[in-house]
Design a protein around this ligand. Structure first.
Ligand SMILES: Nc1nc2c(ncn2[C@@H]2O[C@H](COP(=O)(O)OP(=O)(O)OP(=O)(O)O)[C@@H](O)[C@H]2O)c(=O)[nH]1
Ligand SMILES: [Mg+2]
Length: 297
């Protein structure tokens, strides 16, 4: 059998289900997911294997009109994720109305030289009679190699897409060991899993105004790992909400994150969270480096 290996960029508007799809194709959770838009902040590679192909899936932040420096860096990271890709997967939420955001992504993707595959996701929520119309409308706008209708959460259509990608990958040796599922370090995954809890447990603008940084990491001889993470927020009032009455909210966030990190590392984890106020954390170059984002001017 001939080995194949290639790069697939997963692009789309925020909340389209890109990270959920990457996890489904990999067959394990490698990227964090939440019902809130703009969950993913940096590129992450999920590695899927099908037949003799290694499919390197680049999950990207959702594309939107950026305002803050962090937003600009996120959108830049998304477009850069498509460079040198063998295929671009454009993921569209089939259950939502086509709006300015999808339009913006369509225009950008249309200008790219890479072959494109249109993925209509969330078909479990969409009205069947509208799907074909939506597919036709989008195919009119964008020259695509193929169109897939899938549900990343219940798996419908995911296997067909995986096969298609496997066959589309160019011949060549695998780039990663076959048991490697992503290119993220444990430190990054741990910070992301805590950030996922901020997205799941906090409301309004709070998740967007926060970031998670690793302060200390110690693998102990007894097989456990001690992790100290700092949650950065912009204002004192936000810190008060995250900490909660008598520290209850922070405790719940820490417990859920510790459990998720322990499952990922397959080790006992002692997690310590500290909340720090820094009105300008999104102007801190060191933090961008830590979370894997290039500085955007
Ligand atoms: N019902 C349904 N929900 C889905 C499907 N795919 C994703 N979702 C949900 O949609 C929400 C957003 O999913 P994500 O995977 O975080 O979306 P994303 O495109 O990565 O979002 P950003 O990282 O913010 O750009 C989550 O609540 C998912 O559970 C699907 O096929 N069906
Ligand atoms: Mg995402």
């Amino acid at each position: 059998m001939i080995e194949r290996c290639g790069l697939v960029a997963v692009l789309g508007a925020p909340n389209a289900g890109k990270s959920t799809l990457v996890n489904a194709l990999v067959g394990q959770k490698v990227a964090i997911v939440s019902p809130k838009a703009q969950t993913t902040r940096t590129r992450l590679m999920g590695i899927a294997i099908a037949d003799q192909s290694q499919i390197l899936l680049v999950d990207t932040p959702g594309i939107f009109a950026p305002r803050r420096r962090l937003d600009r860096a996120m959108v830049k990271a998304a477009w850069e994720g498509a460079e040198h890709a063998d295929r671009v997967l454009l993921v569209v939420d089939a259950a939502a109305k086509l709006g300015a955001r999808v339009e913006q992504v369509l225009e950008g993707v249309d200008q790219r030289p890479e072959p494109k595959i249109l993925v209509l996701n969330k078909v479990d929520l969409a009205r069947k009679e509208e799907l074909l119309g939506l597919a036709a409308q989008l195919s009119d706008r964008l020259k695509t190699e193929a169109v897939f209708m899938i549900s990343a959460t219940n798996g419908d259509g995911v296997e067909d897409l995986r096969r298609h990608l496997a066959e589309a990958m160019p011949q060549g040796p695998w780039h990663y060991p076959e048991d490697q599922l992503s290119d993220a370090t444990d430190r990054m995954v741990a910070a992301e899993l805590t950030r996922e809890q901020l997205y799941l447990q906090l409301h309004a603008e709070l998740p967007y105004s926060s970031a998670v940084e690793t302060e200390k990491w110690e693998d102990r001889k007894d097989g456990s790992t001690v992790i100290h993470q700092q949650i950065l927020v912009e204002r004192d009032s936000q810190k008060a909400i995250i900490v909660g009455k008598g520290g209850s909210r922070l405790k719940a966030i820490g417990e859920a994150a510790r459990k998720a990190i322990g499952e990922h590392l397959e080790r006992k984890v002692h997690l310590f969270l500290h909340v720090k106020v820094n009105p300008r954390w999104d102007e801190d170059r060191g933090l961008y480096r830590e979370i894997g984002l290039d500085w955007a001017d």
